[in-house]
Design a protein around this ligand. Structure first.
Ligand code: KIV
Ligand code: ZN
Length: 501
């Protein structure tokens, strides 16, 4: 067994299952392109049977992203498997990932099937998937709460049927590292044929142990790790890609593993995923949090000034954290913007560049000059609002006073149709959101609201994240502006547009 660990990124599938995340095709493609730059081995692009939107996005990714394996998820059902294949059949390296639960809890309450029936469904699923492609992954869902002998039986059967990857999910994040490592070792010893397939793990973070469990599994013989950027995923999320990758790199002395990852792309990937999903990264998050390389106490600062290695176990530049010196001003032209966007890795088409440029001008007029981070925020806001039905074209707010309450007048446009509404509210943000709701006739409950400054200084661009609940479903929206009320209106509209989409 070699020491190469394969990184299977599930940001676009399990990560997208985080409450409130709803990515459009353009956003997914942008993330997939960045994952390719990061050099992940596998991109799990989606679950095509769940919606037409997901199917289309997986098709696009399969056509355009050529280096990594493109994987599509499917339940152990013929329709799901055939749909997954339809979505990825044009990929250079397609993989079907099929799954079914094997724990008695899931069999009794969810599937209402016997162990024998489930094993047969698993075998049938792998057989059908193999008719489409040679690369087939099988997952016994809730493996860590499954009977080990039965788990071995199912794995043996699917390997005999031709599965090339067997993935052991800790679906509910229940395992403890030593225990999970033992489970993988037991499977490596007991399942005939397992030495000929790639053993993978997929850990959830309900007890905060997803990364530790994944590393324990690698030590016992697993060689693929399923993970998501910024640790996104169902409930508490999946094992975080950046943490696993950097743990393997920084502690290679102890663990001895290698990945093919270009770690300098980590920071950018994290920012892109955060901005497009609307999920902010907590400041103290390992590797990619704002404070991950910041030193606050005097003793630490003193040490770092003398020798960085006193309090830093890795170099910020190894994860791509380099201060950008780009500054564009209101006199900068379209060409300068294009050049800087391309330096940052954003390649817009001519008509897209025209639109991004007019937004750049608007902001540069207000702010004077824009830094690299500001320019990146504009590019991402542009990508995020692509295909967005309603656009904010007019906006006026009054803070009110003794006589008049705060009010907002908002104009929205879609394909030549224009709607203007005025509303009053508890504050200007409330009034602006009410006016948007009135214009579009959508009823939404505000769940959370956060504002962050993109760069330092009083004139920083404000980045607002809003989470709404509409008809029992949560959506996240994000908006950027020099004016916090306008950024809020943009974030609110971004979320409502997702509902309408
Ligand atoms: O958590 C899980 O069990 C999954 C499977 C589909 C692999 O996401
Ligand atoms: Zn999962």
């Amino acid at each position: 067994m070699g020491n190469r660990v394969y990184i299977f990124d599930t940001t676009l599938r399990d990560g997208e299952q985080s409450p409130g995340i709803s990515l459009g095709t353009r956003e997914k493609l942008e993330i997939a392109e960045q994952l390719q730059k990061l050099k992940v081995d596998v991109i799990e692009a989606g679950f095509p049977a769940t919606s037409k939107g997901d199917f289309d996005a997986v098709c696009q990714i399969a056509k355009k992203i050529r280096e990594p394996v493109i994987c599509a998820l499917a339940r152990a059902l013929p329709d799901d498997i055939n749909t997954a294949w339809e979505a990825i059949k044009e990929a250079e390296n397609p993989r079907i990932h099929t799954f079914i639960s094997t724990s008695d809890i899931h069999l009794a309450y969810q599937l209402k099937k016997s162990r024998q029936e489930v094993k047969q469904l698993a075998v049938d699923a792998v057989r059908l998937a193999k008719r489409h492609t040679s690369d087939v992954e099988f997952s016994p869902m809730d493996a860590t709460r499954s009977d080990v002998d039965y788990l071995c039986e199912v794995l043996e059967a699917v390997i005999r049927e031709g599965a090339t990857v067997v993935n052991i999910p800790d679906t509910v994040g229940y395992a403890i590292p030593e225990e999970f490592g033992d489970l993988i070792r037991t499977l490596m010893e007991k399942v005939p044929g397992i030495e000929n397939v790639l053993v993978s793990v997929h850990c959830h973070n309900d007890l905060g142990l997803a990364v530790a469990n994944s590393i324990a599994a690698l030590k016992s013989g697993a060689r693929q790790v399923e993970c998501a950027i910024n640790g996104l995923g169902e409930r508490a999320g999946n094992a975080s890609s950046e943490e696993i990758i950097m743990a393997l790199k920084v502690r290679k002395d102890l663990l001895g593993f290698e990945t093919g990852i270009k770690t300098e792309e980590i920071s950018r990937t994290s920012r892109l995923v955060s901005l497009l999903t609307g999920y902010p990264v907590q400041p103290n998050k390992a590797i990619v949090g704002r404070n991950a390389f910041a030193h606050e106490s005097g003793i630490h600062q003193d040490g770092v000034l003398k020798a960085r290695s006193t309090y830093e176990i890795m170099d910020a530049s190894s994860v791509g954290l380099v201060e950008s010196d780009i500054v564009l001003g209101k006199h900068s032209g379209r060409h300068a913007l294009k050049e800087q966007l391309e330096r940052l890795g954003y390649y817009l088409k001519d008509d897209e560049l025209d639109q991004a440029f007019s937004r750049f001008k608007e902001l540069a007029d207000k702010k004077g000059s824009l830094s690299g981070k500001d320019i990146e925020a504009i590019a991402l806001e542009f990508i995020r609002t692509q295909g967005q039905e309603w656009k904010l074209t007019g906006y006026e707010v009054h803070s009110g006073g003794k006589e008049a309450p705060p009010s907002a007048t908002i104009t929205l446009e879609r394909d030549g149709e224009r709607r203007t509404e005025r509303a009053i509210g508890d504050g200007m943000v409330d009034a602006a959101c009410k006016a948007i709701r009135a214009a579009l006739g959508v009823d939404a409950k505000l769940i959370s609201f956060t504002v962050e400054a993109i760069t330092g200084g009083l004139d920083a661009l404000g980045d607002v994240t809003i989470q709404l609940e509409v008809g029992g479903k949560r959506v996240v929206g994000r908006g950027v502006s020099t004016d916090i009320v306008e950024a809020s209106a943009r974030a609110y509209l971004n979320a409502i547009n997702k509902v309408l989409r």
